[in-house]
Design a protein around this ligand. Structure first.
Ligand code: OAD
Length: 249
C-alpha cells in the first residue's frame, strides 16, 4: 500500500468526471474507514481477520445461534450510529449534486450497510448489501420499524412472531430485488465509473467495473492498495478516499 498522489492523474480524473454525461460510483468499506468503521479484508484491522463470516454472516449462522448473530450486529449498529460521514462521503454527495445540476446521470452504488452516504446527503443510492440500521424478520422479511433491545434476543416480529434479523445481505443470499439489475444497467451505460475503497473480491459487485470497461467507459479507481481492477483501470489513484475524493469533485 502507498499514498503517493500523482497530481497529473488527479487532474486527468477530474477532467474525465467533468466531461462525463453519466457517472456511476461504486463504494466499499474503504470509503468508511476514515469514519472509524473497520474494513472487512485489511490484514490486521479487517473484520474478517478477527471473525469468521460463516459464524456471523450467513443464514445458517443465524439459525445455529441467533442470539450471537443479533448481538454482533447490534454492536455494529451502535458503532455506525456513533460515527459521522467523512470527507469522502461528503465529496461523493457534492459530485452527485453538481452532476445532476449539470443534467448528468449519476448513480451511487454501495456495498456498505452503514448508511453514511445517506447521512452525507447522497440521494441516488443503490444499497447492494442492505442497511444495518434496518431490521426485518427472518421468516417473511417483514420490516420492523421499532424493536426492543431488552429481554429475549433477538426480538420477535410484531406481524408474525418470527425472529428479527438485520436487513443486510448475508453470504449465500440474493441481493435486494432490482438493485443489481439497475446497477448493472447503469454501469454498462455510463461513460465514467468511479470505484472507491473496495477490494473487488465479492461478486456480483466486483463485476460492475468490468461491465463498465467492456462497454467502453473510463474507470477511475481510488484505493491505497492494489485490487484485481487496478491494472485495468484507466486511472488508478493510490491513496485514501478521504484525501483523494475531495480533489475530484
Ligand atoms: P474489503 O474489506 O474487502 O476491502 C476494503 C478496500 O478498501 C481494500 O481494497 C482497501 O485497500 C481499501 N481501503 C482501506 N482503507 C481505505 C481508505 N482509507 N480509502 C480508500 N480505500 C481504502 O471491503 P469491500 O470491498 O467493501 O459484504 O467488501 C465487499 C463485501 O465483503 C462487503 O460489502 C461485505 C464483505 O463481506 C456483506 O456485508 C454482504
Amino acid at each position: 500500500m502507498h499514498d503517493s498522489i500523482d497530481p497529473q492523474d488527479v487532474a486527468r480524473a477530474r477532467a474525465l468526471l467533468a466531461g462525463a454525461r453519466s457517472i456511476v460510483a461504486l463504494t466499499g468499506a474503504g470509503v468508511s474507514a476514515e469514519s472509524g468503521i473497520p474494513t472487512f479484508r485489511d490484514a490486521l484491522t479487517g473484520v474478517w481477520s478477527r471473525f469468521r463470516p460463516e459464524d456471523l454472516a450467513t443464514p445458517q449462522a443465524f439459525v445455529r445461534d441467533p442470539a450471537r448473530v443479533w448481538a454482533w450486529y447490534a454492536e455494529r449498529r451502535a458503532k455506525v450510529a456513533s460515527v459521522a460521514p467523512n470527507a469522502a462521503h461528503l465529496a461523493l454527495a457534492r459530485l452527485e449534486e453538481a452532476s445532476v445540476a449539470q443534467g448528468k446521470e449519476f448513480m451511487l452504488v454501495t456495498q456498505n450497510v452503514d448508511g453514511l452516504h445517506h447521512a452525507a446527503g447522497s440521494r441516488r443510492i443503490h444499497e447492494l448489501h442492505g442497511n444495518i440500521r434496518r431490521v426485518k424478520c427472518f421468516d417473511h422479511r417483514h420490516p420492523a420499524a421499532v424493536w426492543g433491545e431488552a429481554g429475549e434476543m433477538p426480538p420477535r416480529c410484531g406481524a408474525c412472531g418470527a425472529l428479527l434479523r438485520p436487513d443486510v445481505v448475508w453470504f449465500g443470499e440474493m441481493l435486494p430485488e432490482g438493485t443489481l439489475e439497475h446497477a448493472l444497467e447503469a454501469s454498462a451505460a455510463c461513460d465514467v465509473f468511479l470505484s472507491v475503497g473496495t477490494s473487488g473480491l465479492v461478486e456480483p459487485a466486483a463485476s460492475l467495473a468490468f461491465a463498465a470497461l467492456a462497454a467502453g467507459a473510463a474507470v477511475i479507481e481510488v484505493n491505497p492498495g492494489r485490487t484485481p481492477l487496478t491494472s485495468r483501470a484507466t486511472i488508478a489513484l493510490r491513496g485514501s478516499a478521504a484525501k483523494l475524493l475531495p480533489l475530484l469533485s
